[in-house]
Design a protein around this ligand. Structure first.
Ligand code: GDP
Length: 479
């Protein structure tokens, strides 16, 4: 009786692995056949909270006292959780222990942020639910967590563009931005059809990279190529030493212009495509983290820009749009995508519903499209590491819902109220879409808190807000 379903399982999983075209590096046959692997992608733009999210998620899966929103844990079916060597020998390991020590050690501080792709394998021993639970013993489910910068997803758009198209578009964008002036001056002073010269190429790439960094700091999110901001081990290499230049018909083969074009094509072939093929194409479940409060604080333009960046990031999850991606995915798709607004511990829980509906509205376009492509999506607000406590402070005859914590820079205790978030998200998103310069009649503050010193009870992970619900949505169905 029990053999038949087992055989079906084996066949479907084999077929699954074949269509994916994945070399299960390091996986033993028995693991591939009997131990499910969930590949969970964690992404978001720089400073969105990826490193803190993964660190706290893993710590809370190892010590599950605060994970009652994870159904398998609430039902007492998870008997053990342990870290294992990851299956991909050439991908850097996510530095979990160092990051956890930073957050929960004697001098708590925020860990170094994501700069490149990294990976970690956490394995869970789980007793199946329902009838099967009585028949089968516990099985092992592997959770492979892949951390990668969201900026790299934005590079997908480059695959369809020639150097001339990308240059024209980028130079046009720079014209409208103060941050672009210095680079445009340099381009005007450069003879693009002169013989290629490495110092000139380097000066252009350096100035262009400065522009990208300044634009990002000013709240723009359309800052490609993504590796210019987060170069990892490619820093200084020729694939990152190019910049947009105006087309000039007579430019010869040995000109600066043609060399830049060659490097742009090399960037696509050697950097962008391998990332999508080796990492992105293998993801089953995805969480996209968004620093919504940071954007609201920066103003309407940053919010609108972030909304667009979310839509662009999500374009990667609609493979039909891109021939290269369709080919490498071969029919596989990401099954679930969670959009999570991070750092919700900056808000008293009274403000969480308003915050969640802003997140919902901000990602609605992106989510509608993903749903259309067959993925189940959800938006929520969470804090991977709760650094504050709540309090009500009387102010002008009313009780103001505040949070209290220690400031990151001075260590001083401070109470914080970010401003009244509207119940109706269109109050913020409307002006953002219409290109308003500032929020009308409102100002939204932001404060950087340090992680609070912790004394954890045995069995408890670090404090969080809704991390367990996020875990349930992302992989609870597989446990
Ligand atoms: P990454 O660039 O996406 O890896 O971002 P990080 O995980 O390094 O987070 C960037 C910064 O955001 C951290 O240094 C913290 O200051 C802040 N942060 C991230 N997560 C939280 C959180 O859950 N609560 C609070 N209060 N701050 C957070």
């Amino acid at each position: 009786m029990r053999r038949a379903p087992g055989a079906v399982l084996i066949i479907t999983q084999l077929a699954d692995n074949l269509t994916r075209g994945v070399e299960a590096v390091g996986d033993t046959i028995s693991e591939t056949l009997f131990e499910p692997v969930i590949r969970l992608g964690v992404t978001g733009l720089a400073r969105a909270g990826k490193t803190v999210f993964i660190t706290s998620l893993v710590a809370n899966l190892l010590d599950r006292g605060r994970m009652t929103g994870l159904v398998a844990e609430a039902e007492g079916r998870i008997s053990a959780a342990f870290l294992q060597p990851q299956p991909d020998d050439t991908v850097p390991r996510f530095e979990f222990e160092d990051h956890l020590h930073a957050l929960t050690g004697p001098n708590p501080h925020w860990p170094d942020s994501t700069r490149a792709v990294s990976e970690l394998r956490l394995s869970l021993r789980v007793r199946p639910s329902g009838l099967l639970g009585g028949l089968q013993g516990p099985r092992t489910v592997h959770l492979d967590i892949i951390d990668y910068p969201g900026e790299w997803l934005l590079d997908l758009g480059l695959l369809d563009k020639s150097f001339a198209e990308w240059s024209a578009e980028t130079l046009d964008r720079l014209e409208g931005r103060a941050e672009g002036a210095a680079y445009l001056d340099l381009v005007r002073a450069t003879d693009v059809s002169a013989a290629r010269d490495e110092p000139v190429a380097k000066a252009l790439a350096t100035r262009f990279t400065e522009y990208l960094n300044n634009a990002r700091d000013a709240g723009y999110h359309d800052c490609t190529p993504g590796r210019f901001l987060l170069p990892g081990d490619l820093a200084g290499s020729p694939v990152l030493t190019f910049a947009p230049l105006p087309e000039e018909a007579g430019a010869g083969r040995r000109s600066l212009l043609r060399e830049m074009e060659r490097r742009y094509e090399a960037y696509k072939a050697r950097v962008v495509r391998p990332f999508f093929r080796d990492h992105f194409a293998r993801i089953d479940r995805q969480v996209v983290l968004v620093d919504v409060l940071g954007a609201i604080h920066q103003g309407p333009r940053a919010v609108e820009d972030m909304r667009r960046a979310m839509t662009d990031i999500l374009a990667s999850f609609r493979p039909g749009r891109n021939a290269f991606l369709s080919r490498i995915l071969g029919g596989k798709r990401v099954e679930k995508i969670l959009f999570a607004a991070t750092k919700a511990d900056h808000l008293h829980h009274q403000q969480h519903p308003a915050f969640a509906s802003i997140m919902d509205a901000l990602t609605r376009d992106a989510r509608d499209r993903a749903r259309f492509a067959g993925a189940e999506t959800q938006a929520m607000a969470l804090a991977a590491l709760r650094a504050t406590t709540e309090e009500l402070r009387s102010h002008g005859g009313a009780d103001l819902p505040c949070v209290r914590g220690h400031l990151k820079d001075s260590g001083k205790a401070a109470a914080f109220y970010p401003g009244e978030l509207p119940q109706d998200p269109t109050v913020l998103l409307g002006p953002a879409r219409d290109g308003a310069d500032s929020w009308l009649g409102a100002d939204y503050g932001m404060m950087a808190f340090a992680p609070a010193p912790l004394t954890l009870k045995p069995g408890d992970g670090p404090p969080h807000i809704r991390l367990d619900r996020a875990a349930q949505f992302l992989f609870g169905d597989k446990l």
